[in-house]
Ligand binder design. Structure first.
Ligand SMILES: *Cc1c(COP(=O)(O)O)cnc(C)c1O
Length: 375
């Protein structure tokens, strides 16, 4: 019997484990020199833009909204197909989430529908790069400029992704990344925010730590309501070890994605009625390899049958607007039909750095059997 193949698994090398041990032995285990070093490395990678780290890729977005002064009475446009964090942060700052349906091919927010959703109360857009695939960044920022909107990029899944050769995060407005355990690089939990200037970075530092304006106990003051969102040196040591491998991780994932397409063959969609992701080996980091199942099989059934083959399958994501919290705000079935159709049938196949081509082949064989296609 084959060993269990999960849909995602972090790879932490021995040097990183040693570096964590060093932090633990050093006597300084909260935010310190490792955090500063990690922020410096990230800033270099993002073309010198200011970067601050946090304990999640959720508070990054909440803080970006606060820095932008967005709150009660303001509308923020986002996608229904994301982790619920993306919409929760809008509610967290007291603003109103407005959903725009997705494009069925990229599964990202449809920018035509974003434009249609803009009202005089709209202040920002939070696009999500699902599976690491960016939206049309030129068009996104043209819309934002035309309507004077802020952009908080939910690039939680997109570290290593690019747009016309430039890393996501190296341009644009606020860009938020997550280093949660399943992301392409991890700090176990954590995140970072790329900002526009030092004034915003200073504000981010305040929101990160109780609104405190100065370090040191002399002349300490608090002038905004901040939270407790700092990254520890333990996490930053993991991040530094992971970040050193970013290019190798992205290259491996692209190789595995290519192998999925090759192994499934060009007739797979016709044979099964399933929908593959767009073949993109330039811009996306292949955080996920997602297919949309045909209607004749339920997602639960597919996942259970793949599990019988010892293969883990993930689900990213249930449409946010249909959660109880969002229904209570008036959202209903039928409002975002593409998100609802895709959200019902989308699954994530195994995709992680330590996987090999044989794992891809195993997954494809199992999938053909489960979907009832002759191998
Ligand atoms: C992981 C993720 C988040 C949240 O990041 P955390 O670090 O878990 O807070 C937000 N949005 C998307 C699209 C994600 O994948």
């Amino acid at each position: 019997m084959n060993t269990y193949l999960p849909f995602s698994k972090p790879t932490i090398d021995e040097a990183t484990i040693d570096a964590v041990g060093e932090v633990l032995r050093s006597g300084w285990i909260t935010s310190g020199p490792k955090v500063t070093e990690f922020e410096k490395r990230l800033s270099d990678y993002f073309g010198g833009r200011p970067v601050r780290t946090f304990n999640s890729g959720t508070c990054t977005m909440e803080i970006a909204l606060r820095i932008a002064g967005i709150g009660e009475g303001d509308e923020v446009i986002t996608t229904p197909i994301s982790w619920v964090a993306t919409a929760n942060v809008i509610l967290e700052v007291g603003a109103t989430p407005v959903f725009a349906d997705i494009d069925p091919v990229t599964r990202n927010i449809d920018l035509d529908k974003v434009e249609a959703a803009i009202t005089p109360a709209t202040r920002a857009i939070i696009p999500v790069y699902l599976a690491g695939k960016p939206v049309d960044m030129d068009r996104l920022y043209a819309i934002a400029a035309k309507h004077k909107l802020r952009v908080i990029e939910d690039a939680a899944q997109a570290i290593g992704s690019t747009w016309k050769g430039k890393p996501i995060g190296s341009f644009g407005d606020f860009v938020s990344f997550s280093f949660q355990a399943n992301k392409n690089i991890t700090t176990s939990e954590g995140g970072c925010l790329v900002l526009n200037n030092e004034a915003e970075a200073r504000l981010a530092e305040k929101y990160r730590l109780q609104g405190v304006t100065r370090s040191g106990w002399d002349g300490i003051d608090v002038d905004v309501l901040g939270g407790k969102y700092n990254m520890t040196d333990i996490a930053a040591a993991i991040g530094l070890g992971q970040f050193a491998k970013l290019d190798a991780i992205t290259a491996q994932r692209r190789k595995l994605a290519k192998h999925y397409f090759k192994t499934l063959g060009k007739d797979f969609e016709k044979q099964t009625g399933a929908q593959l992701p767009p073949q993109d080996f330039e811009s996306t980091n292949w955080h996920l390899f997602q297919i949309v199942l045909p209607e004749r099989i339920t997602r639960a059934d597919f996942m259970a049958k793949m599990k019988e083959h010892n293969i883990g399958v993930g689900y990213h994501y249930a449409p946010i607007h249909l959660f109880t919290l969002y229904r209570a705000l008036g959202f209903r079935e039928g409002m975002f039909p593409v998100s609802e159709r895709v959200g019902k049938q989308i699954v994530s196949l195994p995709m992680f750095y330590a996987m090999d081509e044989r794992d891809v082949e195993r997954t494809c064989e199992a999938m053909r059997e489960v979907l009832g296609v002759a191998v």
